[in-house]
Design a protein around this ligand. Structure first.
Ligand SMILES: [Zn+2]
Length: 199
């Protein structure tokens, strides 16, 4: 007996099952057309998997290393419905404001994740105040969260460092790294940086 579910929903279901069975593998149009049994609307079905079901199927519009006509699904986890409802502009605004950095663990978009180097860091939007306790979808209540933190995986491994331990780490770092840190802090706290120089 196999517990594998038969794909449902015609071409879309077959495509969904095929993407989920081929996580992380780049596929081209010939392959997907064949999976959809040559249905002319197969590309539209793929789009529906993105827009209606939230699967993060990447194309050359998302990734420079993908050629036109190539598709890639990296994670079986669809985007939550709220994230799909947020405009591209709001998403770009929040990610830019957060410096394309996960606000929980500090992982940077596109770089190897510090707690799981096999994964490239992908950022999602999360709520600062959870919706269940009245938080809104307003940009002021949104922040960048990486997929690892989003899945709760880094909670167990990551504790916020206390100030003393943090200072010890910083003092032991190379001057080059300390200067990088300074630049990052000045960028993050421009007002406070200017005030402390004026004094
Ligand atoms: Zn994170």
């Amino acid at each position: 007996m196999t517990t594998e579910k038969k794909p449902r929903g015609g071409a879309r279901g077959k495509l969904r099952a095929h993407f989920l069975a081929n996580i992380g593998r780049v596929m081209d149009t010939d392959e997907l057309r064949a999976v959809a049994e040559n249905q002319s609307e197969w590309a539209r079905r793929v789009r529906e998997l993105r827009t209606e079901e939230g699967y993060l199927i990447l194309t050359h519009n998302d990734r420079s290393e993908l050629k036109p006509g190539q598709y890639l699904l990296e994670t079986p986890k669809p985007q939550p419905a709220f994230e799909r409802s947020i405009s591209k502009e709001t998403r770009a605004y929040v990610l830019d404001r957060n410096g394309f950095t996960c606000q929980m663990c500090g992982a940077v978009a596109g770089e190897a994740h510090p707690y799981d180097p096999s994964r490239k860091t992908r950022l999602h939007l999360g709520h600062v105040i959870d919706k269940s306790v009245g938080g809104s979808d307003d940009p002021s209540n949104l922040r960048a969260i990486c997929s690892v933190c989003n899945e709760g995986a880094s909670n167990a491994t990551l504790m916020r460092p206390d100030l003393q331990k943090l200072l010890i780490q910083v003092r032991r770092a190379t001057s080059v790294d300390q200067l990088e840190l300074m630049k990052w802090l000045i960028k993050k706290f421009p007002k406070q940086a200017a005030e402390s120089v004026d004094r």
